[in-house]
Ligand binder design. Structure first.
Ligand code: PMP
Length: 285
C-alpha cells in the first residue's frame, strides 16, 4: 500500500495529492501548520499542538477548517493508513481557494492538508552526539509566535547552516539577543546548572517541546530562566541544546566554530534529553 495523504476532505494516494493553484497558501503563504511527533503509533502532546494551531489560525483570522476532535480523527487515520509506528504528522490549514487578491476573500472554506511520515526516533537511554550551529541575523517578520507557512527566512538560514556543515542556524536579533533556531528553540545551561531560554512573545515560536522541557526541568528541580541573553553569553555557556518536536533535545557543542563548555555533551543536556525522550515514550495521547 502506498503513502496516503489527506487533502480537503478526502484521503488520496500521495501522487494525487493536489491543491488548487489559487490556494492562498500557495500564492501568499496565507496559512499555518503543525508538526506532531508520533511514537508507538500515537501522537505526542496532541492537545498543545492543536491548541497552538487554533491560536495561529485565530491570529490570522482564518476560520478553523475543522474542529479539534475530527482533526485528531484525520491525523490518527493517516497514522493507521500509512502504518506509522515512529514518525510525525503534518497538518496545514490555509485561508482557502479564491481568485488572487490581497484582501481576504469572502466566505470561502479554509483548506486543510495533512500527511504522515515514518522516521525513527531515539531509543530510551540514547546518548545524542553534539552538533554545531551557526548564528545569523534574524531577518524574519515580527510575528514569529504564529506558526506561519511563510518560512523564507528560515529556509535561507537553515540552508546556510547546512552548507557550513552545521545542524542549525540560530537567529540573533539586531539588539544582539539570541532568539531561536531556524526550526527550534534555543537553550543554554549556565555554570550553576540552570537553564535559560528566550521568553515567550512575538519574537519566537512557543515550542510545544519548549513547554514540555520547561515542565520536565521544573519536576527535576532544574531551574529555568526565561530571559533574554546575547550571543556572548551563549558562547560562554557551560552547555547548550535546541528543542523541537522532531529534533527532541539536541546538544549543540559548537557555535560559529567556538566550542561550548568543554565541547562534550553535558550532564544537564543529557538529563533533559532523557526526560524528554521518556516523556515521548510515555505521554503519547
Ligand atoms: N521555533 C521555530 C522557528 C520552529 O520552526 C519550531 C519547530 N516547529 C520550533 C521553534 C519548535 O517548536 P516545537 O517544539 O513545537 O516543534
Amino acid at each position: 500500500m502506498g503513502r496516503v495523504v489527506y487533502v480537503n476532505g478526502a484521503y488520496r494516494p500521495h501522487a494525487e495529492a493536489l491543491v488548487h493553484f489559487e490556494d492562498r497558501g500557495y500564492q501568499f503563504s496565507d496559512g499555518v501548520y503543525e508538526v506532531v511527533l508520533v511514537r508507538s503509533g500515537k501522537m505526542v502532546d496532541t492537545a498543545p499542538h492543536l491548541a497552538r494551531l487554533g491560536r495561529s489560525l485565530g491570529e490570522l483570522d482564518i476560520q478553523p477548517p475543522m474542529a479539534e476532535a475530527p482533526l485528531r480523527v484525520v491525523l490518527n487515520e493517516l497514522i493507521r493508513r500509512n502504518r506509522i509506528r515512529e514518525g510525525f504528522v503534518y497538518a496545514q490549514a490555509t485561508r482557502g481557494v479564491a481568485p488572487r487578491d490581497h484582501f481576504f476573500p469572502g466566505p470561502v472554506k479554509a483548506a486543510l492538508v495533512c500527511s504522515a511520515r515514518a522516521r525513527s526516533w531515539p531509543a530510551a537511554g540514547h546518548k545524542p552526539a553534539g552538533q554545531s550551529a551557526i548564528t545569523l541575523r534574524d531577518e524574519r517578520w515580527a510575528r514569529c509566535d504564529i506558526k506561519s507557512i511563510g518560512l523564507l527566512a528560515n529556509i535561507l538560514a537553515k540552508q546556510k547552516a547546512k552548507e557550513a556543515g552545521a545542524a542549525e542556524a540560530i537567529f540573533i536579533a539586531d539588539d544582539g539577543i539570541v532568539r531561536e533556531g531556524g526550526s527550534s528553540n534555543v537553550w543554554i545551561v549556565d555554570e550553576a546548572g540552570a537553564l535559560h531560554t528566550h521568553p515567550l512573545g512575538p519574537e519566537i515560536l512557543g515550542g510545544v517541546t519548549r513547554a514540555a522541557v520547561k515542565r520536565l526541568a521544573a519536576g527535576a528541580q532544574i531551574q529555568v530562566n526565561e530571559d533574554r541573553f546575547d550571543r556572548e553569553f551563549m558562547l560562554g555557556a557551560s552547555e547548550m541544546f535546541i528543542t523541537s518536536a522532531t529534533s527532541f533535545v539536541k546538544p549543540i557543542t559548537s557555535v560559529d566554530g567556538a566550542t561550548i563548555g568543554n565541547g562534550a555533551v553535558g550532564p544537564v543536556t543529557q538529563r533533559m534529553f532523557d526526560l524528554y525522550n521518556d516523556h515521548t515514550l510515555s505521554a503519547a495521547d
